[in-house]
Design a protein around this ligand. Structure first.
Ligand SMILES: Cc1ncc(COP(=O)(O)O)c(C=O)c1O
Length: 453
């Protein structure tokens, strides 16, 4: 597959032109990548309003993902999420006379979704799962969504879910999208962790399962530089949403997109169109075998999406952070650890040495050698949040920072998150409860920001 952006920058660099343009390094090496770090000079196209090499590269990506339109972002899924919500808001306009449109969303949203609601003055009505075992996961069923839609006196802007989530849990997007279609609601998916899903033998990408729009962090699972992301619009929704995409991305994006990241996305197209599906298939088999091996050794592994290995360390009597520390002594750094879990993310780029280290760790780990009683099963206290103030109003209010227990009974002013996973325990405008305060401490948050009236 052609890589027009990579080709252009290479030729420009080889031409040894005098750079009387930004960036200030002028292509001289300070860090190493400067010769390839250019800006939107003639011929390099313009990211959100392009018709040259960037448009061509994005079309290539769109063909690979089977989308109606694909847009690049150099500012992560965080940027694409804000743009998706802006597109919805612009497209709906004032059609139904609602002053403050709202979305139905599963509770485990990333903070960028709440930030988007604050910036766009949208409301969220959370659909709570029947059972929630962690802050990160809140998988909702078709029936729960049906019930939530039926309970809305006004039509929501759309439905928003995060799948896969940080713990690799996946929603039944095909069922959720069927409910959405029945009610004429677009399904938006935060697929930050699932760019690779389209390239599985049986594709499981949100676009394959009926989502209207989704964001993918290319950098999380594909060999792309940190910050590289896609905003995809489904073919059936392109006529409706694509006219607003450029403006929505531009509103929240920098006017200086990184060409290093754009080249990385461009190059990714060649990688995806080549042997990637085969390599991915091989990796899926490998990860499955590793999970089975861990289980046979007595290590608790949670079912998850194909490329994550999620260790339920609490079942083996250990906090995830302690096991993450143990892994460091085997030269392994995990993606995420909390009081319950350790999450490892794999890619075809992991080497045999990486897998050997994991195997050495599993043979030595105290999860098996110094077995303990499982932590008493504490169901995740469903956060019964009461929204007493608009998200925007609270996010932009005067505020003060208080120790968590002093904040009980006050209104949350900033999404209180532990990062990662950056999933808010309390959303701006919600009343902070004792249950929330306990959760803050469980996730290492000691102070929260509350509104001053
Ligand atoms: C579920 C989820 N959504 C969105 C994001 C934001 O992605 P990015 O870091 O690409 O901005 C993250 C980041 O970790 C995430 O875990």
């Amino acid at each position: 597959m052609e890589t027009p952006v990579v080709r252009f920058v290479k030729e420009y660099n080889n031409s040894r032109k005098t750079r009387f343009h930004m960036p200030g390094h002028k292509g001289h090496v300070f860090f190493g990548c400067e010769p390839y770090d250019i800006t939107e000079i003639p011929g390099a196209d313009v990211l959100h309003h392009g018709n040259g090499i960037l448009a061509e590269s994005q079309k290539n990506a769109s063909a690979l993902f089977g989308s109606g339109a694909t847009h690049y972002s150099t500012e992560g899924s965080s940027h694409c999420i804000k743009a998706m919500l802006a597109i919805l808001k612009m497209e709906r306009g004032k059609e139904d006379g609602q002053d403050k449109p709202f979305l139905l969303a599963a509770r485990n949203v990333h903070r960028s979704m709440v930030d988007a609601c604050a910036l766009l003055d949208l409301g969220i009505r959370f659909v709570m799962p029947e059972r929630q075992e962690s802050l990160c996961s809140a998988v909702i069923s078709r029936e729960q969504l049906e019930e939530a839609v039926a309970g809305c006196e006004k039509k929501p802007l759309g439905v928003y879910v995060t799948s896969p989530d940080y713990l690799g849990q996946m929603s039944d997007l095909a069922s959720l999208s069927a409910v959405c279609k029945k009610h004429g609601l677009p399904l938006l998916v935060d697929n930050a962790h699932g760019a690779y899903l389209h390239f599985l033998k049986t594709p499981l990408h949100p676009l394959d399962l009926g989502a209207a729009m989704c964001c993918d962090s290319a950098h999380k699972t594909l060999p792309a530089l940190t910050g590289a992301a896609y905003l995809h619009i489904h073919r059936e929704y392109a006529g409706r949403f694509e006219p607003y995409a450029a403006q929505a991305l531009a509103i929240f994006g920098s006017t200086s997109p990184s060409y290093l990241l754009l080249q990385s996305l461009d190059l990714c197209n060649r990688y995806l169109s080549g042997e990637y599906p085969d390599r991915l298939e091989g990796l899926v088999v490998k990860v499955e075998a590793v999970k089975e091996e861990l289980v046979s050794q007595g290590i608790c592994v949670k079912p998850s999406e194909p490329l994550k290995i999620v260790l339920d360390t609490a079942q083996n009597g250990y906090r995830g952070e302690e096991i993450a520390e143990e892994m460091r002594s085997f030269a392994i750094e995990c993606e995420y650890a909390d009081w319950q879990n350790v999450v490892l993310m794999a890619a075809p780029e992991n080497t045999e040495t990486d897998w050997e280290r994991l195997s050495q760790w599993s043979a030595e780990t105290k999860l098996v050698k110094e077995k303990k009683e499982a932590f008493p099963h504490k169901p995740f206290p469903a956060v019964k949040a009461e929204q007493v103030m608009g998200i925007r109003e609270a996010a932009f209010s005067r505020h003060e920072v208080l120790p968590v227990y002093d904040a009980v009974g006050r209104v949350c002013a900033a999404e209180t998150v532990s990062c990662p996973p950056a999933v808010p325990i309390a959303v701006c405008g919600e009343l902070i409860t004792r249950e929330m305060a306990e959760l803050f401490l469980q996730y290492g948050i000691e102070e929260v920001s509350v509104c001053i009236f």
